[in-house]
Design a protein around this ligand. Structure first.
Ligand code: NAD
Ligand code: UDP
Length: 308
Protein backbone atom coordinates (compact mmCIF):
# COMPACT_ATOMS: atom_id res chain seq x y z
CA UNK A 1 0.00 0.00 0.00
CA UNK A 2 1.18 3.52 -0.82
CA UNK A 3 1.74 5.84 2.12
CA UNK A 4 1.17 9.52 1.40
CA UNK A 5 2.26 12.53 3.37
CA UNK A 6 0.00 15.52 2.73
CA UNK A 7 1.41 18.72 4.24
CA UNK A 8 -1.29 21.32 4.77
CA UNK A 9 -3.75 18.41 4.71
CA UNK A 10 -6.43 20.17 6.77
CA UNK A 11 -6.56 23.16 4.41
CA UNK A 12 -8.86 23.67 1.45
CA UNK A 13 -6.98 21.69 -1.21
CA UNK A 14 -5.22 19.33 1.23
CA UNK A 15 -8.51 18.05 2.67
CA UNK A 16 -9.90 17.25 -0.80
CA UNK A 17 -6.65 15.56 -1.81
CA UNK A 18 -6.54 13.48 1.40
CA UNK A 19 -10.13 12.34 0.85
CA UNK A 20 -9.41 11.36 -2.76
CA UNK A 21 -6.28 9.39 -1.79
CA UNK A 22 -8.19 7.48 0.91
CA UNK A 23 -10.91 6.66 -1.64
CA UNK A 24 -8.19 5.15 -3.81
CA UNK A 25 -7.31 2.82 -0.93
CA UNK A 26 -4.07 4.60 -0.04
CA UNK A 27 -2.78 5.61 3.39
CA UNK A 28 -2.65 9.32 4.29
CA UNK A 29 -0.63 11.08 6.95
CA UNK A 30 -1.69 14.69 7.21
CA UNK A 31 0.58 17.23 8.84
CA UNK A 32 -0.64 20.70 9.57
CA UNK A 33 -0.05 23.54 12.03
CA UNK A 34 -3.69 24.73 11.65
CA UNK A 35 -2.71 28.26 10.68
CA UNK A 36 -5.44 28.37 8.03
CA UNK A 37 -6.52 24.73 8.06
CA UNK A 38 -9.41 23.53 10.19
CA UNK A 39 -10.17 20.27 11.97
CA UNK A 40 -13.67 20.50 10.49
CA UNK A 41 -12.23 19.93 7.01
CA UNK A 42 -10.79 16.58 8.04
CA UNK A 43 -13.51 15.56 10.48
CA UNK A 44 -15.02 13.12 7.94
CA UNK A 45 -11.59 11.45 7.53
CA UNK A 46 -10.43 11.30 11.13
CA UNK A 47 -11.83 7.84 11.95
CA UNK A 48 -10.71 6.31 8.67
CA UNK A 49 -8.33 3.41 9.46
CA UNK A 50 -5.79 4.65 6.87
CA UNK A 51 -5.78 8.30 8.04
CA UNK A 52 -3.42 9.88 10.58
CA UNK A 53 -3.12 13.48 11.70
CA UNK A 54 0.03 15.07 13.11
CA UNK A 55 0.10 18.66 14.36
CA UNK A 56 3.43 19.87 13.07
CA UNK A 57 4.96 22.97 11.54
CA UNK A 58 6.88 22.25 8.32
CA UNK A 59 9.48 24.86 9.20
CA UNK A 60 10.75 22.18 11.63
CA UNK A 61 12.16 18.90 10.27
CA UNK A 62 10.25 15.64 10.75
CA UNK A 63 11.26 12.00 10.22
CA UNK A 64 8.57 9.76 8.82
CA UNK A 65 8.50 6.84 6.34
CA UNK A 66 6.40 7.68 3.29
CA UNK A 67 6.30 6.93 -0.45
CA UNK A 68 4.86 10.19 -1.73
CA UNK A 69 4.98 13.73 -0.36
CA UNK A 70 2.34 16.24 -1.47
CA UNK A 71 3.71 19.52 -0.20
CA UNK A 72 0.79 21.93 0.13
CA UNK A 73 1.52 23.58 3.49
CA UNK A 74 1.46 27.36 3.03
CA UNK A 75 -1.28 29.94 3.45
CA UNK A 76 -2.68 30.77 0.00
CA UNK A 77 -5.03 33.70 0.49
CA UNK A 78 -3.41 37.16 0.32
CA UNK A 79 -4.88 38.30 3.67
CA UNK A 80 -3.53 35.19 5.41
CA UNK A 81 -0.09 35.06 3.79
CA UNK A 82 0.33 38.80 4.42
CA UNK A 83 -0.66 38.47 8.09
CA UNK A 84 2.87 37.32 8.99
CA UNK A 85 4.88 37.67 5.78
CA UNK A 86 8.18 36.58 7.34
CA UNK A 87 6.56 33.37 8.52
CA UNK A 88 5.16 32.87 4.98
CA UNK A 89 8.66 33.14 3.54
CA UNK A 90 9.97 30.74 6.20
CA UNK A 91 7.18 28.28 5.42
CA UNK A 92 7.93 28.45 1.70
CA UNK A 93 11.68 28.15 2.01
CA UNK A 94 12.32 26.12 5.19
CA UNK A 95 9.14 24.08 4.79
CA UNK A 96 10.03 23.02 1.25
CA UNK A 97 13.67 22.48 2.24
CA UNK A 98 12.65 20.20 5.13
CA UNK A 99 10.16 18.22 3.04
CA UNK A 100 12.63 17.80 0.17
CA UNK A 101 15.23 16.65 2.69
CA UNK A 102 12.74 14.07 3.89
CA UNK A 103 11.97 12.99 0.31
CA UNK A 104 15.69 12.52 -0.31
CA UNK A 105 16.17 10.54 2.90
CA UNK A 106 13.27 8.12 2.38
CA UNK A 107 13.25 8.07 -1.45
CA UNK A 108 9.76 9.53 -1.71
CA UNK A 109 8.25 11.15 -4.80
CA UNK A 110 7.62 14.84 -4.18
CA UNK A 111 5.00 17.28 -5.50
CA UNK A 112 5.19 21.00 -4.79
CA UNK A 113 1.97 23.01 -4.80
CA UNK A 114 3.37 26.04 -6.56
CA UNK A 115 1.29 28.86 -7.96
CA UNK A 116 0.44 31.10 -10.88
CA UNK A 117 1.84 33.86 -8.63
CA UNK A 118 5.33 32.88 -9.83
CA UNK A 119 4.32 34.81 -12.99
CA UNK A 120 3.58 37.92 -10.87
CA UNK A 121 1.69 40.63 -12.80
CA UNK A 122 2.26 38.95 -16.16
CA UNK A 123 3.14 40.68 -19.44
CA UNK A 124 2.53 37.43 -21.33
CA UNK A 125 -1.04 36.28 -21.75
CA UNK A 126 -2.07 33.50 -21.36
CA UNK A 127 0.80 32.36 -19.17
CA UNK A 128 2.81 29.42 -20.49
CA UNK A 129 5.28 27.51 -18.34
CA UNK A 130 8.22 29.01 -20.27
CA UNK A 131 7.27 32.57 -19.25
CA UNK A 132 9.73 33.67 -16.55
CA UNK A 133 7.39 36.10 -14.77
CA UNK A 134 7.24 39.71 -13.63
CA UNK A 135 7.45 39.67 -9.86
CA UNK A 136 8.06 42.52 -7.42
CA UNK A 137 10.68 41.43 -4.87
CA UNK A 138 9.73 44.03 -2.27
CA UNK A 139 5.93 44.31 -2.31
CA UNK A 140 3.24 42.93 -0.04
CA UNK A 141 2.75 39.83 -2.22
CA UNK A 142 6.49 39.11 -2.49
CA UNK A 143 6.67 36.85 0.60
CA UNK A 144 4.36 34.43 -1.20
CA UNK A 145 5.42 34.94 -4.83
CA UNK A 146 9.15 34.86 -4.18
CA UNK A 147 8.65 32.15 -1.55
CA UNK A 148 7.10 29.88 -4.17
CA UNK A 149 9.79 30.78 -6.71
CA UNK A 150 12.57 29.73 -4.32
CA UNK A 151 10.55 26.60 -3.50
CA UNK A 152 10.56 25.74 -7.22
CA UNK A 153 14.32 26.36 -7.28
CA UNK A 154 14.82 24.03 -4.32
CA UNK A 155 12.79 21.30 -6.07
CA UNK A 156 14.87 21.69 -9.21
CA UNK A 157 18.17 21.50 -7.29
CA UNK A 158 17.12 18.50 -5.19
CA UNK A 159 16.22 16.79 -8.46
CA UNK A 160 19.52 17.72 -10.17
CA UNK A 161 21.85 17.22 -7.22
CA UNK A 162 20.16 14.48 -5.21
CA UNK A 163 17.98 12.74 -7.77
CA UNK A 164 14.73 13.44 -5.91
CA UNK A 165 11.77 12.67 -8.17
CA UNK A 166 10.00 16.05 -8.12
CA UNK A 167 6.83 17.54 -9.63
CA UNK A 168 6.09 21.27 -9.75
CA UNK A 169 2.41 22.11 -10.10
CA UNK A 170 1.57 25.76 -10.83
CA UNK A 171 -1.94 26.05 -9.48
CA UNK A 172 -4.24 28.80 -10.77
CA UNK A 173 -7.17 30.21 -8.73
CA UNK A 174 -9.19 27.30 -7.39
CA UNK A 175 -12.45 27.36 -5.42
CA UNK A 176 -14.95 24.98 -3.87
CA UNK A 177 -16.23 23.51 -0.60
CA UNK A 178 -13.92 23.57 2.47
CA UNK A 179 -12.71 27.14 1.93
CA UNK A 180 -12.78 29.05 5.20
CA UNK A 181 -15.58 31.57 5.66
CA UNK A 182 -12.90 34.16 6.43
CA UNK A 183 -10.54 32.88 3.72
CA UNK A 184 -10.57 36.29 2.05
CA UNK A 185 -10.21 35.03 -1.52
CA UNK A 186 -12.65 36.37 -4.03
CA UNK A 187 -15.02 33.44 -4.60
CA UNK A 188 -15.63 32.74 -0.92
CA UNK A 189 -15.86 36.47 -0.12
CA UNK A 190 -18.53 37.06 -2.76
CA UNK A 191 -20.56 34.00 -1.76
CA UNK A 192 -20.50 34.84 1.95
CA UNK A 193 -21.38 38.48 1.27
CA UNK A 194 -24.28 37.48 -0.97
CA UNK A 195 -25.59 34.89 1.49
CA UNK A 196 -25.53 37.53 4.24
CA UNK A 197 -27.18 40.13 1.99
CA UNK A 198 -24.10 42.35 2.32
CA UNK A 199 -22.66 44.47 -0.47
CA UNK A 200 -20.26 42.64 -2.80
CA UNK A 201 -16.77 44.13 -2.44
CA UNK A 202 -15.05 44.83 -5.76
CA UNK A 203 -11.42 45.86 -5.48
CA UNK A 204 -10.37 48.45 -8.07
CA UNK A 205 -12.71 48.70 -11.07
CA UNK A 206 -13.32 44.93 -11.13
CA UNK A 207 -11.92 44.68 -14.66
CA UNK A 208 -8.90 42.61 -13.56
CA UNK A 209 -9.22 38.98 -14.65
CA UNK A 210 -8.73 35.53 -13.15
CA UNK A 211 -9.48 31.98 -14.34
CA UNK A 212 -11.31 29.84 -11.80
CA UNK A 213 -10.92 26.08 -11.48
CA UNK A 214 -13.32 23.91 -9.49
CA UNK A 215 -11.51 21.89 -6.82
CA UNK A 216 -12.46 18.42 -8.15
CA UNK A 217 -10.88 19.18 -11.54
CA UNK A 218 -7.78 20.54 -9.83
CA UNK A 219 -7.27 17.48 -7.61
CA UNK A 220 -7.63 15.18 -10.60
CA UNK A 221 -4.87 17.14 -12.35
CA UNK A 222 -2.70 17.00 -9.23
CA UNK A 223 -2.95 13.21 -8.96
CA UNK A 224 -2.28 12.74 -12.69
CA UNK A 225 0.79 14.96 -12.45
CA UNK A 226 2.19 12.99 -9.50
CA UNK A 227 1.60 9.74 -11.44
CA UNK A 228 3.28 11.08 -14.58
CA UNK A 229 7.02 11.24 -15.20
CA UNK A 230 6.95 14.96 -15.90
CA UNK A 231 9.49 16.81 -13.75
CA UNK A 232 9.31 20.37 -15.10
CA UNK A 233 6.76 22.98 -13.93
CA UNK A 234 3.20 22.46 -15.18
CA UNK A 235 0.20 24.81 -15.09
CA UNK A 236 -3.04 23.32 -13.77
CA UNK A 237 -6.09 25.55 -13.88
CA UNK A 238 -9.16 26.43 -15.86
CA UNK A 239 -8.32 28.51 -18.95
CA UNK A 240 -11.69 30.26 -19.13
CA UNK A 241 -11.02 33.85 -18.10
CA UNK A 242 -13.48 36.13 -16.26
CA UNK A 243 -13.24 39.67 -15.03
CA UNK A 244 -13.85 39.97 -11.29
CA UNK A 245 -16.94 42.02 -12.09
CA UNK A 246 -18.30 39.17 -14.25
CA UNK A 247 -17.74 36.82 -11.33
CA UNK A 248 -19.58 39.25 -9.03
CA UNK A 249 -22.59 39.33 -11.40
CA UNK A 250 -22.62 35.53 -11.60
CA UNK A 251 -22.58 35.06 -7.82
CA UNK A 252 -25.10 37.84 -7.27
CA UNK A 253 -27.52 36.41 -9.86
CA UNK A 254 -27.27 32.93 -8.34
CA UNK A 255 -27.98 34.16 -4.80
CA UNK A 256 -29.71 37.54 -4.76
CA UNK A 257 -29.93 39.74 -7.91
CA UNK A 258 -30.81 42.80 -5.80
CA UNK A 259 -27.45 43.07 -4.07
CA UNK A 260 -25.29 46.16 -4.53
CA UNK A 261 -21.58 46.40 -5.24
CA UNK A 262 -19.13 48.32 -3.08
CA UNK A 263 -15.89 49.48 -4.70
CA UNK A 264 -12.70 49.38 -2.62
CA UNK A 265 -9.05 50.21 -3.34
CA UNK A 266 -7.15 47.71 -5.43
CA UNK A 267 -4.43 46.13 -3.25
CA UNK A 268 -0.79 46.75 -4.19
CA UNK A 269 0.64 44.53 -6.97
CA UNK A 270 -2.74 42.92 -7.66
CA UNK A 271 -2.20 41.16 -11.04
CA UNK A 272 -4.26 42.73 -13.84
CA UNK A 273 -4.86 39.51 -15.73
CA UNK A 274 -4.33 35.81 -15.29
CA UNK A 275 -5.14 32.82 -17.47
CA UNK A 276 -3.21 29.58 -17.77
CA UNK A 277 -2.09 27.97 -20.95
CA UNK A 278 -2.91 24.31 -20.32
CA UNK A 279 -1.51 23.00 -23.61
CA UNK A 280 1.18 21.11 -21.69
CA UNK A 281 -1.24 19.50 -19.21
CA UNK A 282 -3.48 18.39 -22.09
CA UNK A 283 -0.54 16.90 -23.95
CA UNK A 284 1.28 15.20 -21.08
CA UNK A 285 -1.59 14.27 -18.74
CA UNK A 286 -4.52 14.30 -21.16
CA UNK A 287 -6.10 16.56 -18.53
CA UNK A 288 -8.45 19.47 -18.87
CA UNK A 289 -11.08 20.84 -16.49
CA UNK A 290 -14.66 19.65 -16.96
CA UNK A 291 -16.64 21.86 -14.59
CA UNK A 292 -17.67 25.28 -15.88
CA UNK A 293 -17.74 28.23 -13.49
CA UNK A 294 -21.52 28.44 -13.08
CA UNK A 295 -21.78 24.73 -12.27
CA UNK A 296 -18.90 24.93 -9.78
CA UNK A 297 -20.37 28.02 -8.15
CA UNK A 298 -23.72 26.27 -7.66
CA UNK A 299 -21.98 23.37 -5.86
CA UNK A 300 -19.89 25.78 -3.79
CA UNK A 301 -22.84 27.99 -2.84
CA UNK A 302 -24.78 24.88 -1.74
CA UNK A 303 -21.89 23.90 0.55
CA UNK A 304 -21.52 27.40 2.02
CA UNK A 305 -25.28 27.61 2.60
CA UNK A 306 -25.40 24.35 4.47
CA UNK A 307 -22.35 25.24 6.59
CA UNK A 308 -23.02 28.91 7.32
P1 NAD B 1 -5.16 26.81 2.70
O1 NAD B 1 -4.70 28.04 3.40
O2 NAD B 1 -6.58 26.42 2.80
O3 NAD B 1 -4.30 25.55 3.14
C1 NAD B 1 -2.95 25.64 3.53
C2 NAD B 1 -2.73 24.65 4.66
O4 NAD B 1 -1.34 24.69 5.05
C3 NAD B 1 -3.55 24.97 5.90
O5 NAD B 1 -4.13 23.80 6.41
C4 NAD B 1 -2.52 25.55 6.87
O6 NAD B 1 -2.89 25.40 8.23
C5 NAD B 1 -1.29 24.76 6.49
N1 NAD B 1 -0.03 25.42 6.85
C6 NAD B 1 0.33 26.70 6.61
N2 NAD B 1 1.56 26.93 7.08
C7 NAD B 1 2.01 25.77 7.63
C8 NAD B 1 3.19 25.37 8.30
N3 NAD B 1 4.21 26.22 8.49
N4 NAD B 1 3.30 24.09 8.74
C9 NAD B 1 2.27 23.22 8.56
N5 NAD B 1 1.12 23.53 7.95
C10 NAD B 1 0.99 24.80 7.49
O7 NAD B 1 -4.74 26.99 1.17
P2 NAD B 1 -5.07 26.09 -0.11
O8 NAD B 1 -5.88 26.90 -1.03
O9 NAD B 1 -5.54 24.75 0.31
O10 NAD B 1 -3.62 25.97 -0.75
C11 NAD B 1 -2.84 24.81 -0.60
C12 NAD B 1 -1.56 24.97 -1.40
O11 NAD B 1 -1.85 25.19 -2.77
C13 NAD B 1 -0.70 26.14 -0.93
O12 NAD B 1 0.65 25.77 -0.97
C14 NAD B 1 -0.98 27.22 -1.97
O13 NAD B 1 0.10 28.09 -2.13
C15 NAD B 1 -1.23 26.39 -3.22
N6 NAD B 1 -2.09 27.11 -4.15
C16 NAD B 1 -3.44 27.19 -3.95
C17 NAD B 1 -4.23 27.90 -4.85
C18 NAD B 1 -5.72 28.00 -4.71
O14 NAD B 1 -6.38 28.68 -5.51
N7 NAD B 1 -6.35 27.32 -3.77
C19 NAD B 1 -3.63 28.58 -5.94
C20 NAD B 1 -2.26 28.50 -6.08
C21 NAD B 1 -1.50 27.75 -5.20
N1 UDP C 1 -11.05 40.68 -5.02
C1 UDP C 1 -12.17 41.52 -5.00
N2 UDP C 1 -12.98 41.48 -3.91
C2 UDP C 1 -12.75 40.64 -2.86
C3 UDP C 1 -11.63 39.79 -2.89
C4 UDP C 1 -10.79 39.85 -3.99
O1 UDP C 1 -12.41 42.29 -5.94
O2 UDP C 1 -13.56 40.66 -1.90
C5 UDP C 1 -10.18 40.70 -6.22
C6 UDP C 1 -8.69 40.85 -5.93
O3 UDP C 1 -8.34 42.22 -5.87
C7 UDP C 1 -8.08 40.13 -7.12
C8 UDP C 1 -9.08 39.03 -7.44
O4 UDP C 1 -10.31 39.42 -6.82
O5 UDP C 1 -8.00 41.00 -8.22
C9 UDP C 1 -8.67 37.66 -6.94
O6 UDP C 1 -8.32 37.79 -5.57
P1 UDP C 1 -7.94 36.56 -4.65
O7 UDP C 1 -7.53 37.11 -3.33
O8 UDP C 1 -9.03 35.56 -4.70
O9 UDP C 1 -6.72 35.86 -5.38
P2 UDP C 1 -5.38 36.36 -6.13
O10 UDP C 1 -5.37 37.86 -6.20
O11 UDP C 1 -4.27 35.82 -5.29
O12 UDP C 1 -5.50 35.76 -7.47
Amino acid sequence: MKRNLVTGGSGFLGSHLSKRLLERGEEVICIDNFFTGTKKNIEPLINHPYFELIRHDVTEPIKIEVDKIWHLACPASPIHYQFNPIKTTKTSFLGTYNMLGLAKRVGAKFLLASTSEVYGDPEEHPQTESYKGSVNTTGIRSCYDEGKRIAETLCSDYKRVNGVDTRIMRIFNTYGPNMRFDDGRVVSNFIIQALKNDKITLYGDGEQTRSFCYVDDLIEGMILLMESNYQMPMNIGNPKEFSIKELAYLVRDLINPNLEFEYKDLPQDDPKQRKPSIVLAKKVLNWEPKIVLKEGLIKTIKWFKSNL
